[in-house]
Write a protein that binds this ligand. Structure first.
Ligand code: C2E
Ligand code: MG
Ligand code: MG
Length: 564
């Protein structure tokens, strides 16, 4: 197999040679078939290679040069995983040097004075072909279902493509079939395979025509690398045209993410990550089929990466702090402070206050949330104790628990220890578990919640109504409190329908015999309606925003005075 034939265009050769005459001679011999770039000594060569190693298909290296000689260059190349992939032919007139340079990793040598041009050309061509074949053979070549390249092979090929068309702007495109599993479920796997094959055939003919490359990855995702001049809309139309006669379910649709005019300094995989990000941004937007990776997406991603990178330092520097938002029991004549929710805040030295709904979902994806949660749990427990010591009353505090926290084998032990370390009672330490956690790994979560309750902890179901609990499952759930999702409260004072929903959920709570907390209560109208509906506890800006512990103390002081 020789991929070189398929891509008939030029490769770039780096000629490292201090003598101008020799540079010119080699340039003349190679110039018709290859693009030559020149370095006058080893230092310059290393600088050029480091700048963009992927650009070069071959290095022709003179051994004796000022500044940094060829042996030193070979030493540097040997130690660098990217540079090591570029074959080196040594240019030398000394027999002894040949052995040493071969030992240092050179693949061949061209004796000085230079041979017949054809001989040099043949050696250069052969060396490049061998190295490219080696790169490519190391990857499994094709996907048995569609005959397109595998992802690994595709990446190699795309890099090769870059070398062959160094000045052509390229687009990295990800094409996904949304809800492809429905196709398999409804029509069977064989039919699903047929759809994938049709898509592949279209992509193959497009990329052949347009000098691009395509592959299939992760069952229903395709990657396409094509010159920027090709319009993504046309590719999409053609692909859809290829399957529209058999695929007419409106819920199954194509979505495409395009990273246009890729930056060649980025790793090939990264380029497709960008396209994938764009593609995923329209996963649930049925009005758009194509999304372009843009500045805003890039900024968001960079911001996210920055936050992730800063966590460790932030924990060490005490940039995370815990705020407390009061919950009031409104059942009686007077509203009474009943407990507080601990909510994390990030006081970032450069970005200012970063909101948890920005960083928590991000850190839930990569597990970092566990470190933060542990920190909050300890702080909250210590705070309950401090307030008890200071005011001689216990203010129960609830902490948020992520799904992955609960699946940690020693989770129950850990919270138990936190509580006993601070000498507080488990029933004063409430755990908020979001509804969606229950639906994702139901059996496990239920077992853990049961264990927690056996040990005396109180468990609240957070954001109730935003997940997808089925009603029959709800009745089996071991919980102590239902916390209505804020979304239901927002419009109750303007929309009778929304208020009706709240009443409905009150009925569910009554059926389960658990009290209800409404959070996100902002104004008097909402408050009055909720009181009328029989809600037990309210948390929201109507009473107070989350506050640092010192400011929160005004609520405790008021309560302590009343209780005396
Ligand atoms: P959540 O647990 O549902 O917390 C309630 C959120 O509603 C808090 O946002 C609170 O400040 C906000 N809120 C309270 N009253 C009102 C109101 O009247 N109007 C409006 N518009 N908002 C109100 P916050 O502090 O930004 O936290 C957002 C989410 O981040 C939390 O939602 C929770 O899911 C998560 N979170 C916060 N702290 C932690 C933590 O320590 N660990 C974990 N795993 N998640 C946390
Ligand atoms: Mg909560
Ligand atoms: Mg909530």
């Amino acid at each position: 197999m020789n991929m070189g034939e398929g891509l008939a265009l030029s490769r770039t050769v780096l000629v490292v040679e201090d003598e101008a005459v020799n540079q010119q001679m080699l340039g003349k011999i190679l110039g018709e078939k290859y693009i030559c770039e020149y370095a006058n000594n080893g230092k310059e060569a290393i600088r050029m290679l480091m700048e963009d190693s992927r650009r070069y298909s071959l290095i022709l290296l003179d051994l004796f040069m000022p500044e940094m000689d060829g042996f030193e260059v070979l030493e540097v190349i040997k130690e660098d995983s990217a540079l090591k992939k570029i074959p080196v032919i040594v240019l030398t007139s000394e027999k002894d040097a040949e052995v040493k340079s071969l030992q240092l990793g050179a693949v061949d040598f061209i004796p000085k004075p230079y041979d017949l041009p054809e001989v040099i050309l043949a050696r250069v061509r052969r060396t490049i072909e061998l190295s490219e074949d080696r790169d490519i053979i190391s990857a499994t070549q094709s996907d048995p279902l569609t005959g397109l390249f595998t992802r690994e092979f595709f990446m190699e090929y795309a890099l090769l493509h870059d070398k062959s068309y160094p000045y052509v702007g390229m687009d990295a495109i990800v094409l996904n079939i949304n809800r492809f599993h429905l196709v398999n479920e409804m029509h069977g796997r064989e039919f699903g395979d047929k759809v994938l094959q049709r898509v592949a055939n279209k992509l193959r003919s497009i990329t052949r025509r347009q000098h691009g490359v395509a592959c299939r990855t992760d069952s229903d995702t395709f990657l396409v690398y094509v010159p920027h001049a090709v319009e993504p809309e046309k590719i999409l139309d053609e692909v859809i045209g290829g399957v529209s006669d058999i695929l007419d379910n409106p819920r199954v649709r194509f979505r495409m993410g395009v990273y246009a005019n890729v930056n060649r300094m980025l790793d090939m995989n990264r380029r497709f990550d960008c396209a994938l990000l764009a593609c995923n941004s329209i996963r649930s937007d049925y009005t758009r089929q194509i999304a372009f990776y843009d500045e805003e997406m890039h900024d968001k991603e960079t911001y996210a990466e920055r936050l992730i990178g800063d966590v460790e330092r932030a924990l060490a520097n005490h940039e995370f702090i815990v705020y407390y938002q009061p919950k009031f029991n409104i059942k009686g004549e007077e509203d009474v402070l009943s407990s507080a929710e601990a909510l994390i805040r990030w006081n970032h030295p450069e970005l200012g206050m970063v909101r948890p709904d920005v960083f928590i979902p991000l850190f839930e994806e990569n597990g970092l949330v566990q470190d933060l949660d542990r920190f909050v749990w300890r702080e909250a427990a210590a705070q309950i104790r401090k307030w008890r010591d200071k005011y001689h009353i216990t203010i129960p505090v609830s902490v948020n628990v992520s799904r992955i926290d609960m699946l940690e084998p020693n989770f129950v032990e850990e919270v138990s220890r936190i509580v006993s370390d601070n000498d507080i009672r488990p029933e004063d330490y409430l755990l908020e578990v979001t509804e969606s956690a229950y639906t994702e790994s139901a059996d496990q979560i239920i077992a853990i919640v049961t264990e927690l309750r056996n040990r005396g902890f109180k468990v609240e179901m957070d954001d109730f109504g935003s997940g997808y609990s089925s009603l029959n499952m709800l009745s089996a759930l071991p919980i102590d409190v239902l916390k209505l999702d804020m979304g239901f409260i927002r419009n109750i004072h303007t929309s009778p329908k929304d208020f009706g929903m709240v009443e409905l959920m009150m009925d569910i709570a009554k059926f389960l015999s658990v009290p209800v907390v409404a959070e996100g209560v902002e104004n008097k109208e909402q408050f009055d309606l909720l009181k009328k509906a029989g809600i037990d506890v309210i948390q929201g800006f109507y009473f107070s925003k989350p506050l640092p512990p010192q400011e929160f103390e005004k609520f405790i002081e008021e309560k302590a005075v009343k209780e005396q």
